[in-house]
Design a protein around this ligand. Structure first.
Ligand SMILES: *Cc1c(COP(=O)(O)O)cnc(C)c1O
Length: 397
């Protein structure tokens, strides 16, 4: 086992609380807990069981491998393969009791063959409708053709029909209402062709946190005689979507980040005016400068765009990143922090006690520096960083 002092702490109490907050925010719809991409970098084997204990009956993953891993952690949960199946995967999906999303006739052919071979009469799938994102799903002009293909595939049973919104966090974007109308129309035309799902689902964290949308999706389910579901991901892990537009709510500040990413000071030196630090000497000391070395780099997912721009927390204060982030190491400037010593904890993401309060660095902050979204910051934390259950709940102050 590696004793390298770079790790991520996962707070299961926070994960459960975030789930409960979302539940309360979205009455009338079920919530599928999205745990794709290893629970957005948080470790699905830790997070998925906690979400199931909190009441999640459905878990969303992207692909077969993720589905098998989640199945091992959660033997009784329903697991949706949201990016469908690839050639040759239907048999394993059936074996592990995973539920694929389908929208290509090739998906149906794959499942039909595998189900027939295993003597399965009725394998549940969810059909995705492309209501306007043009990413995946049956296009509106292909609904009847797809329903006919389903009718030719007796081994398949359409349990759910779903769609995905492209801009649900832009509250005054009429595109979302149009997508919902398209979804409604698709459901009506599927019903006319004999396809009557028991669950309809749409949307993500932004949808779950927008009461008008959860009401609309609940009403849509009602209209089509189906249960309604929304699929939050990011918000489970404590990050609210960036709402914009008319009616944008204040940020949901009650959600709390589940992951803290930490490391320790492994070396210290003081450099003189005129000396430089790191690759290509992009950091120049103008005065005697105390530098601390951290065993974390871009190979761990600490983005190189944070070079000379990001910071970490040491002793409750910000230590700016000095020079370029290396593959495995990062130098920080601790000149203004008293008493830094070898072994001191450095927080890359998360909270640290400051004098009277808590200092914090969020994935939103790093995303802003990197020109990306918090999703990518969290998913980028690499497999070299072990995820551990947080020992104590210390960031509630
Ligand atoms: C990732 C994903 C979600 C969850 O989205 P968040 O923005 O993380 O809440 C929901 N539905 C589908 C189809 C997804 O791919």
């Amino acid at each position: 086992m590696s004793l390298r002092p770079t790790w991520a702490e996962i707070s299961l109490p926070r994960l459960r609380r975030n789930y409960a907050l979302l539940r309360a925010a979205a009455p009338g719809v079920e919530l599928m807990a999205v745990v794709k991409a290893n629970a957005y970098g948080h470790n699905a084997a830790l997070c998925a069981p906690a979400l199931v204990e909190s009441g999640a009956r459905w878990l969303g993953v992207t692909c077969l491998d993720e589905g098998i891993a989640v199945r091992q952690a959660c033997p009784d949960a329903r697991v949706l393969l949201m990016s469908g199946i690839w050639q040759g995967e239907a048999e394993a999906a059936i074996e592990h009791g995973l539920t694929p999303v389908v929208w290509e006739t090739a998906h149906l052919a794959e499942i039909k063959e595998a189900a027939a071979q295993r003597g399965i009469a009725s394998f549940a799938v969810h059909v995705e409708i492309d209501s306007g994102m043009s990413r995946q799903g049956v296009r509106l002009d292909r609904i009847e053709a797809f329903a006919a293909a389903l009718a030719r595939t007796p081994h398949i049973h359409v349990e759910g029909v779903m769609t995905h919104f492209h801009s649900p966090e832009v509250l005054d974007d009429p595109a979302t209402a149009r997508q919902l109308e398209n979804f409604d129309q698709a459901l009506a035309r599927l019903a006319a062709a004999g396809v009557t799902p028991s669950i309809v689902h749409a949307g993500n964290s932004a949808t779950a946190l927008t009461p008008a949308m959860t009401r609309a999706i609940a009403a849509l389910g009602n209209k089509h005689g189906a249960a309604a579901m929304v699929r939050p991901g990011l918000s489970l892990y404590g990050y609210a979507p960036r709402f914009s537009g008319e009616g944008a709510a204040a940020e949901n500040t009650e959600l709390q980040p589940v992951l803290a990413w930490k490391t320790r000071v492994i070396s210290l030196r003081t450099i003189e005016p005129g000396e430089t630090a790191g690759y290509n000497a992009t950091f120049h000391a103008e005065k005697p400068t105390r530098l601390a070395l951290l065993p974390v780099g871009y190979a761990d997912g600490l983005n190189r765009l944070l070079s000379n721009r990001g910071a970490v927390l040491i002793r409750g204060q910000r230590a700016p990143i000095a020079g370029r982030v290396s593959m495995d190491l990062t130098i920080v400037d601790v000149t203004d922090i008293d008493g830094v010593k070898l072994g001191d904890e450095a927080v890359i993401l998360g909270e640290q006690r400051a004098e009277r309060s808590w200092a914090r660095i969020t994935a939103d902050e790093l995303a802003a520096i990197e020109g990306t979204i918090p999703y990518e910051v969290l998913c980028a934390i690499g497999p070299r960083v072990p995820r551990r259950i947080a020992e104590d709940e210390n960031g509630d102050a």
